[in-house]
Write a protein that binds this ligand. Structure first.
Ligand code: GLN
Length: 479
């Protein structure tokens, strides 16, 4: 049977595999053929795993299928972001400093996917250490947007999003510290889920900012994101910040009534919003009303401070997390004349510009004398922002915004202006600050220069209420 990769979902693939309409090998080969056709230009992948390794995974998955497994992921090809460890595979976080690093253990997410029978097809390009919104800070070259190759796919999980959009994998994994799953998913016309902080283990995720990082799926449908979430979530003894399963269950109760939707108009009416995004957002609101949702205006008074708060907390955590890459504990050693010289050479040559910028800012905001003025103040702002959401979720069940203020921008357009680049996260960063889940779904297209550029709508819900996001997201997409 000819496999239609464009409309394939996890559930459909599973049924076809069980019915023997195609084999696990035929499914993988179909994706590999697309990769061969397009990835020379798109560059979504840093590596496609060696055939011998794929063969082994295929054999294991086919045996599961032949046994009539109920595991929906058996034989499903997944692309993994280059900061999620898979035992025996390189993981570089798209940095030169880790170019020779091989993972000695599986991340919890990789081991849960593996146990479910998934097939890791390759590792995907990203912004270096997940710092960026375009994949342009990768030490291994930019990824192109499959919808318009002159544009970025978003970032930092740009390779993961592009891999799914070009049919190089059925689904992909990314990580989201301020929007890195949702923004590229939106730029590539896909679904992306930022999970509740602590719902998914960070064990084996190369850390960027530990109080904000979460792993999440990038998929074509909300149902696929839900399937993956249910496999990767759960308490983990290797990550003490994971939420106990019973607590998660208790907090995730979905009431029978139709969720009420809140719109923070004061945020949506921001200056930098592209009129085309604004018009698309208004259409999405109308669509939700037509679907029978009650829509209310809400206020989130402190949320406008999210981006500045993030750009203090995140660099602070980055400077501390990246201290381990000193050429001795981790990272490629560049030898100098003495120890200090070793450090300078290793970090000067191993880290790119954006990473160095953030380490410097982070060291500054954490330094004695400035700690109270910056880091402590940002912690207080984080508490106020979180409180805004807690109050809002007493009135409404879901909050919506556009996912990004503009459609995908041109390669090179923002890379020399960090502030412009940082503004790409204006709608996505609040969910990380408040630790709540957020889902982006495709909401239409902008016609720009004769190309159709995808746009996204973001839904946010209270902690552990991913189920509400799945319900509303499916309804919105008509799944
Ligand atoms: N673009 C944001 C940044 O550069 C988000 C990164 C992320 O979510 N990993 O920090």
């Amino acid at each position: 049977m000819k496999i239609d990769l464009t409309t394939l979902t996890i559930t459909k693939a599973h049924t076809h595999l069980l019915n023997k309409d195609f084999s696990v090998r035929e499914l993988c080969d179909a994706y590999l053929a697309e990769i061969k056709k397009r990835d020379g230009t798109i560059h979504a992948f840093l590596e496609i795993f060696p055939q011998a390794d794929l063969d082994e995974q295929i054999a294991t998955a086919q045996a599961l299928i032949d046994s009539g497994t109920k595991s929906l992921l058996a034989g499903i090809p997944i692309a993994m972001k280059d900061n999620i460890l898979i035992k025996g595979k390189h993981a570089s976080a798209s940095s030169k400093i880790l170019e020779n690093y091989t993972a000695t253990y599986d991340s919890t997410v990789a081991s849960r996917l593996k146990n479910a029978g998934a097939i890791f097809i390759g590792r995907t390009n990203m912004d270096e250490f997940a710092m960026g919104s375009s994949t342009e800070t990768s030490a291994y070259g930019v990824t192109r947007n499959p919808h318009d190759e002159s544009r970025v796919p978003g970032g930092s999980s740009g390779g993961s999003a592009a891999s799914v959009a070009m049919n190089g994998a059925l689904v992909a994994m990314g990580s989201d510290t301020a929007g890195s799953v949702r923004q590229p998913a939106s730029f590539c016309g896909l679904v992306g889920l930022k999970t509740t902080y602590g719902s998914v283990s960070r064990h084996g995720l190369i850390a960027m900012a530990s109080s904000l990082d979460q792993i999440g799926p990038i998929t074509k449908t909300v149902a696929d994101a839900e399937i993956l979430f249910n496999i990767i979530k759960g308490q983990d003894i290797f990550d003490s910040t994971t939420i106990p399963d019973a607590t998660f269950e208790k907090m995730s109760i979905l009431s029978a009534k139709k969720p009420v939707i809140g719109i923070p108009r004061h945020l949506v009416e921001t200056e930098g919003l592209d009129p085309v995004v604004r018009a698309n957002f208004d259409e999405s609101v109308q669509k939700l009303i037509a679907l029978g949702y009650e829509v209310q205006d809400i206020e989130l008074p402190h949320v406008k401070y999210s981006l500045p708060t993030y750009y203090i907390l995140m660099p602070g955590e980055v400077s501390s997390n990246l201290a381990r890459f000193d050429g001795v504990k981790f990272g490629l050693l560049k030898e100098g004349d003495n120890l200090l010289d070793d450090y300078k050479k290793t970090r000067g040559q191993g880290f790119g510009r954006e990473v160095r910028r953030r380490i410097l800012v982070g060291t500054y905001v954490l330094s004695t004398g400035y700690y109270d003025a910056f880091y402590n103040k940002a912690q207080k702002a984080r508490a106020l922002i979180t409180d805004d959401f807690i109050k809002a979720f007493k009135k409404v069940d879901v909050i919506i915004t556009p996912t990004t203020p503009t459609p995908a921008f041109k390669i090179g357009e923002k890379i020399s202006d960090p502030i412009q680049m940082y503004l790409a996260d204006i709608f996505t960063v609040p969910a990380n600050i408040a630790r709540i889940p957020a889902l982006t779904v495709p909401s239409g297209f902008a016609d720009v220069d004769g190309k159709k550029l995808p746009l996204g709508l973001q839904f946010m819900a209270g902690e552990c209420c991913e189920n509400i996001l799945f319900a509303v997201g499916k309804d919105f997409l008509g799944e």
